[in-house]
Every structure is written in C-alpha cells, then in structure tokens.
Design a protein around this ligand. Sequence first.
Ligand code: NIG
Length: 416
Amino acid sequence: MSSILIINIGKLVQVREQTPSPLRSAQMDVLPVMDNAFLFVEKGKISAFGPMSELPQDFARSTNEVIDAAGRMVLPAFCDCHTHLVYAGSREIEFIDKIRGLSYQEIAARGGGILNSARLLHETSEEELFRQAMVRVEEVMHFGTGAIEIKSGYGLTTEDEIKMLRVVRRIAEESPLTVKATFMGAHAFPERFRDNHEGYVSEIINEMIPAVAAEGLAEYIDVFCEEGFFSKEQSDRILAAGRKFGLKASVHANQMSCSGGVEVGVKYDAASVSHLEYAGDAQFEVLEKSETIANLLPGATFFLDMEYPDARRMLQYDIPVALATNYNPGSCPCGDMKFMMALACMKMKMTPEEVINASTLNSAFAMGLGATHGSITIGKAASLIITKPIPSLEFIPYAFSTPLVENLILDGKIVI
Ligand code: NIG
C-alpha cells in the first residue's frame, strides 16, 4: 500500500501522543494543535508527524506521494456516531405538515413518521436501497465524515430489518467509510402490532435479535425509549435480550420526555445515550457515574424546533459529550457534521474546541472507535481532512455553510 507525506500543514489539529479516555468537562475545551507540521502515512495508518523543522529527509525520498498543504489545516475525519442513513425515499410531505403546526408525535400517531418510512422501505428492493444510501455516503464524505454508525429501524419486520442491515454491511464493504452497524427493530411499533405492543416486543426478542446475530449483521442494539414508543421496562428487556447475543447497548433517550432512557442505557453500559433534550441534574448524576457518553444531536432539535439539551450543564458534570448528525428522513435530513458543530456553538454555547473534540475523539469513542480513530496519534487510521484555506479553527463552526474539505484521506487513500 502506498505512503503519503503531507508537508507544510498550517495547523495539525487534535494531536495526541497517546489516546486519552473520552474527554470530560474542562478537558473538552482543550484542543491540542501543532503549527507548521508534517504528517506521514504508511499502510493506511498515521506513522509519524512533527514540526516541519524536524522532517526526516528519507520520508520525502521513500514516499510515493507528497501533498503540499501550503498552510492549510489537517484534522481527523469526523466520526458521525448516530445516523439512520439507510432509508427509502424522503418525507418532505411531513415537513409541510410540520410547517402547518403538527408535532413529530402527532405525525407519528397518524401513521406517518417512522411508519411512513417503513412502508416505503418495504416496497424498495435491497439494490435500490443500497443505491440511495450510497448517494448519501458520497454526500457525507464531502462534509468530511470518515466513520459512521448506521442503524436499522425502518424495517420493523425481521425480513426488512435484515434487508437494511445487509445494505449497511455492503456500505462497509464497498465504500471507503468505516462503518458500525446497529440493530434498531425497537424504533416504532408497526401497524400490525398497533394494539399488541407486547407481541412486537416478543418478535424483536425472539425472532429479530437471533436472526441479526446469526448473520453477524450488527455490533450494537438501540431502542427508542420514549413516551408513545418503547417504555423503560420494554427497553430494558430488549437490551437484555440483545446483550445475550453479544449486542452492545446504545439508547435514544429523553428526546421528547423524561423517558427513563438515560437510566436504562447506563444500566446496560450503553456506549452512548443520544438526544437528551429532556435531561437534567437527575440524569446527569447518573451519567457522571458511568462510562456512557452523552451524544447530542442538535440537527434534530433544530429541525423539530425544540429546546436544546443543556450541554453547558453537562460539561459542569464529568460527562463526556459527543455530537452526531442523526441523518434521517424524519427529524434531521442532513448529514453535515460541520452544521451540527455550528448549531452546538450557537444554540448550546459550546466552544469551537469543545465541538471539534465532540465530533472527533469523543464521537469515535461513542461508536467504539476511540482506539483507532478521532485523533492524530501514531498507529491510528489515517482518516484525515485536509481543509480548504481557512483563517482559523474557529472559522469551521462559524462559516457554517462554507465547504471545508479540500481532500479526504480514508485509511491512507485519497478519496476526495
Ligand atoms: O433519532 N427518534 C427516533 N429516531 C429518529 C427519527 C426517525 C424518523 O423520524 O424517521 C431520531 O430523531
């Protein structure tokens, strides 16, 4: 495999000699940067970096490719640790319903929302689903995403959940992204179980989880623990069943109510609990005593026009905070990590340093990639953004719609 030498890097961002633990409270506001640096990539990994003044002569002689960054910045590719990127079609008709005043829950109660996407997905072939998803994969790579978590949850039958997860597997195999797969049969109650929620919970536990595990299609299991969706007790049983098959927990928690999602997530050592609009001191105390990452999805809060999670309060506690897009057709039809960073700064008063840490190192940890992604550390995957010319790091969340990525290098290959 070829090597790449990047020289004259104006700022090499997120430089860590050793990978630290997920960053908490004041640590999140510190973003280590090396000025005027070089970085050497071999066999898909970061093999050396340092100040230009210390660049070994033999690197330039032995490498196949030299990129002169000419003062531009290099940072780890973004890790988008929460998406529903595999879905069929789109739901802009519900967007109109929202403009006219219907809430997310009202649309769902009328058979729209997730059930609408499930109907569309059922009618869509696996091949077509893959084709549509790959358009989004291409899109998010242009935003600088290098690793992505993708959930099922628009199947809601064993067959269609498996269809979704096979598409996720194919994305992992055929795209340059690093992909983590999550089974989320517990995303909504399908129409056929409208009056028999327990029947669907049994189907998830007794049919879906064993089928997903038999094909090794997912590493994580997620549950939408929410009023009108899965109760805390149902979520508990589903996560317990997943654990028996080796599926690690993550939870959609406290998005629309104080649902108990945080507590059940922590009980199952969830890698992350996502959303947290309806979380306060009681939940933060629980999170602080755990290893679970608070994963904030400000794109959904924005699109659903809700109150934002209290990120500043979370950062007063010892809670690691991550950011993700939640790319999905209902609550956030957007896969742009930089826009999430901008929202986190503007609406949750996080600093540029905090949002970059939350979108690289902490989001890598939230998807089980902390040891291999999310920082400039020797031995980690060479998954890197070379920026366009930008004046400062703060410019990244500030210029929220200005394209950031000049080149994207994933596992040592230049993909953009
Ligand atoms: O995280 N809340 C549940 N799941 C998604 C929305 C999915 C949809 O509406 O299609 C979310 O916001």
